[in-house]
Design a protein around this ligand. Structure first.
Ligand code: NA7
Length: 556
């Protein structure tokens, strides 16, 4: 195959530098090298897997069903891989990613144990100068981030943590065995998805487990189960249809259409539907049962109270149950959590709960957590405190754009992007599932595949037009920011502090970091943008149209 490379300057080693070897980076490498581009990938970890390489804590699994949370780009791949469970555990997802890397011979495109620590746009040569943590600089025409949304752990902002001399581990960099906690007095700080998955398993081995909870969350039962042979056969027969449904759905999974509102039905019917959703579980669970649950606070209250009742029924100690009841946000407005035996775990005699809303941590000593109300002696502390989502990994690249400004300065007052894939003033830089894309609130693998394909086609479009520089216009970026804000504004997401809005990291601007109009609509819009010659995108500084225009309103 002839190289499709542009007349790349002799100093540019490769057409594309890709960051990360997780779901995004691997498909990027496959898609672009198959099309003939030269590609050099850099991965900070020692092997492929991204999030699924690092998050090895007990109980780690994806809460999107594995048959959907997997690549769709190759029919043979999806026929030959068999998932064992509805929600595969981390080790199985990592095996799958390794299988994909082996099957398509993708490791050869990556340098491992090597982190991208800086990148500067060289306007004269029209390429990126990319600095690596081994001191080398590499050059590429395009720079594409597949660094993920949840790959930079949040700073350990627990006061006095440095005083603690016992065992300390974080869920996102788990480097001990569960047995290391056997018989110990263990503290878990944080009750998001990671904490909720780990807590029941830690409780089984710990001498005593104390959970330090800041914000109680809605935890719905995952209902994980082995997949039966007949189910697997039927899925494999239907895969093309299932994948197409995912691509055109709101959240990247096949969803049965819900059009009625919570008060359209009787109280009894509503309860019946919530019960059925609770039994069935699945992405968004009870929170997806009526169309207005994320827009009408009264409607939401019916679903929230349904979960409150479940908690009060499961947890035997009424005082503990009340602490676990989520009362600071509506169901679904912050990432819902799916667990196995989570609330039941608080019935164990060796488990207790501390509410940090009632008694904040003041400091830690060498062997204790000191709150405003008491001192809790522990041998081990497990931090499950989350991530600096989306911007953490991007700012880690320390990008300097065309005007000499850093990305973190360009976004200081609010996070911006064009379609979640490009940023004005950062030519030839692309993000797979970046901020303001649907990645935040969808089955991210669907968004990843769509973004990689769209970016690949845009590179081909530029090549066909003999253009070397691709850049989103500031006008189109502004329009996309406005569209994402207007889409989220009527929803309850906008009213709730969460990592979705950067509220978990001090100093982060308040921007809801996703597009909530649905992956189907987003895909159709991106396809239409390509069809119309990429409005909002400049090739070599020449704008076909500087504006995105009314495409978003025109697409249903
Ligand atoms: P999350 O969902 O951000 O959860 C972090 C938890 O840690 C949450 O309960 C936080 O309380 C709590 N937290 C954070 N910082 C502190 C401090 N300093 N002190 C006490 N408690 C703290 O992260 P996860 O890793 O569980 O899940 C991330 C995503 O991965 C998840 O949403 C899925 O998409 C997969 P808060 O709610 O902020 O009050």
């Amino acid at each position: 195959m002839n190289s499709p490379s542009l007349s790349t300057p002799a100093t540019a080693a490769v057409d594309v530098i890709g960051v990360g070897a997780g779901f995004s980076g691997l498909y990027l490498a496959h898609r672009l090298t198959t099309a003939g581009w030269t590609f050099a990938g850099f991965e900070a970890g020692p092997d492929v897997g991204g999030t699924w390489f690092w998050n090895t804590y007990p109980g780690a699994r994806c809460d999107v069903e594995s048959i959907y949370y997997s690549y769709s780009f190759d029919e043979t791949l999806q026929q030959e891989w068999t998932w064992s469970q509805r929600f595969a555990p981390q080790a199985e997802i990592l095996s799958y990613i390794n299988h994909v890397a082996d099957r398509f011979d993708l490791r050869k495109h990556f340098t491992f144990d090597t982190r991208v620590v800086g990148a500067t746009w060289n306007a004269a040569d029209r390429l990126w100068e990319v600095q690596l943590d081994n001191g080398e600089t590499r050059r590429s025409r395009y720079l594409i981030s597949g660094a993920g949304g949840l790959s930079t752990p949040k700073d350990f902002d627990v006061p006095g943590l440095e005083n603690f001399t016992g065992l300390q581990v974080s869920t996102s960099r788990w480097n001990i065995s569960l047995d290391d906690l056997a018989g110990k007095r263990v503290a878990v700080i944080g009750t998001g998805s990671s904490g909720v998955q780990a807590i029941p398993l830690i409780a089984q081995v710990a001498g005593h487990l104390t959970v330090f909870q800041r914000t109680p969350n809605y935890v719905m039962p995952a209902r994980n189960a082995a997949l039966a042979t007949e189910q697997i056969d039927s899925i494999k027969n239907d895969y093309p249809t299932i994948r197409e449904e995912c691509r055109h759905s709101p959240g990247g999974i096949p969803e049965y259409p819900v059009t009625d509102n919570a008060f359209d039905v009787s109280d009894e019917e509503r309860q019946r539907r919530y019960e059925a959703a609770y039994e069935r579980s699945g992405f968004n669970g009870v929170g997806a049962e009526f169309a207005d649950l994320l827009t009408n606070p009264e409607a939401n209250r019916t679903a929230s109270e349904f979960i409150h009742d479940k908690i009060r029924k499961i947890v035997e100690d009424p005082a503990t149950a009340e602490l676990l009841v989520p009362k600071y946000h509506p169901l679904g407005a912050k990432r819902s959590v799916f667990g196995t035996d989570y609330y039941e775990t608080y019935n164990r005699p060796n488990v207790s709960l501390v509410s940090l809303r009632d008694e904040p941590i003041q400091t830690m000593t060498e062997n204790a957590i000191v709150t405003s109300k008491g001192t809790y002696e522990v041998d081990a502390v497990v931090l499950a405190i989350g991530f600096d989502a989306f911007t953490g990994p991007l700012y880690g690249l320390d990008l300097t754009g065309a005007s000499g400004r850093k990305l973190q300065d360009a976004w200081r007052d609010g996070i911006r992007s064009y379609l979640g894939m490009m940023a004005a003033d950062f030519p030839n830089f692309f993000m797979v599932g970046g901020p303001l894309s649907p990645a935040l609130v969808s089955n991210v693998v669907v968004t990843i595949e769509q973004a990689v394909d769209w970016i690949a086609e845009l590179l081909e479009h530029a090549r066909d037009n003999d253009a070397a520089v691709i850049e989103a216009t500031a006008e189109a970026e502004e329009e996309w920011v406005n569209i994402t804000e207007a889409t989220v504004a009527p929803t309850l997401y906008a009213t709730t502090d969460s990592w979705y809005r950067g509220s978990n990291v001090d100093g982060k601007p308040d921007t809801f970091m996703g597009y909530v109009g649905g992956v189907g609509k987003y895909r159709r819009m991106c396809t239409e943008i390509a069809k119309r010659g990429y409005p909002g995108v400049q090739l070599d500084g020449e704008a076909q149209s500087r504006h995105l225009g009314p495409i978003h309103q025109e697409i249903s």
